[in-house]
Design a protein around this ligand. Structure first.
Ligand SMILES: *Cc1c(COP(=O)(O)O)cnc(C)c1O
Length: 226
């Protein structure tokens, strides 16, 4: 399938989920996750009007960025080691994996303008997932006041891969509640307007529960055989 065909099917699902919940499709940003595909396939996504790209590794991001450049928005969605921040900081528009003070310090130091960051939350409590526990999120975000190069634009989570629909919905709903609470605090360094949640197998539920950014890999640019 071409990326354009895949995207048409995804847009249909997005429209349905929006219709169900009275949301507007234009409030949802598709991040095309190109981590397993070639630069050519990423180019195809670009031609299919994808303008937000996500990579979870430094090498992948640099490789794609070299070819595609800054005309699109780059999202770093993977675990970010502090010592690697300097390699990508002038290329990324969003970081989805802020989950510790040491990383915040490094981003703040290396950036020369505010970077839009999502705080990653481990809602499901799965040991294998990165991110703060829900209890830790508010104190963490408050502690970032004064980091002038960090703007917390929202929260991000990864739901369990094998979760059933009710469990997924519960997780997305919890993240939204947490986001709503933070938004009400009106912290100038943390407007917290966005929710990055939903991947190929669960984005419809995520949208129904308020996702503003969905991170789609396999359904958009897969299958990965190529
Ligand atoms: C790979 C990845 C995705 C996309 O996964 P698909 O299931 O292929 O859509 C989304 N978010 C993160 C953090 C990822 O690493």
């Amino acid at each position: 399938m071409s990326v354009a065909q895949n995207l048409a099917a995804i847009n249909q699902q997005i429209n349905q989920a929006c219709e169900k919940t009275g949301r507007h499709p234009e409030d949802i940003t598709i991040i095309g996750v190109t981590k397993y595909v070639s630069v050519d396939r990423a180019q195809e996504a670009l031609e299919a009007t994808i303008s937000h790209f996500g990579e979870n590794r430094i090498e992948g991001l640099l490789n794609k960025y070299e070819q595609i450049g800054s005309k699109v928005n780059w999202h770093f969605i993977g675990t970010l080691q502090s010592r690697k921040v300097k390699e990508v900081i002038d290329k990324v528009d969003f970081i989805h994996s802020l989950d510790r003070k040491s990383l915040a310090k490094e981003i703040n130091k290396r950036a020369d303008k505010p970077v839009d960051c999502f705080v990653q939350v481990n809602v499901s409590g799965e040991g294998s997932k990165h991110g703060l526990s829900p209890d830790e999120v508010e104190p963490f975000i408050e502690s970032l006041e004064g980091y002038s190069n960090i703007r917390v634009v929202g929260l991000m989570t990864m739901a369990p891969y094998m979760g059933d629909d009710n469990q997924l919905r519960e997780i997305f709903r919890s993240l939204r509640k947490l986001r709503d609470q933070l938004q009400q605090k009106e912290l100038s360094h943390a407007p917290c307007m966005y929710l990055s949640m939903g991947m190929s197998n669960d984005y419809q539920i995520a949208i129904e529960e308020g996702a503003t950014h969905i991170r789609i890999g396999s359904s958009l640019v897969g299958p990965y055989e190529e």
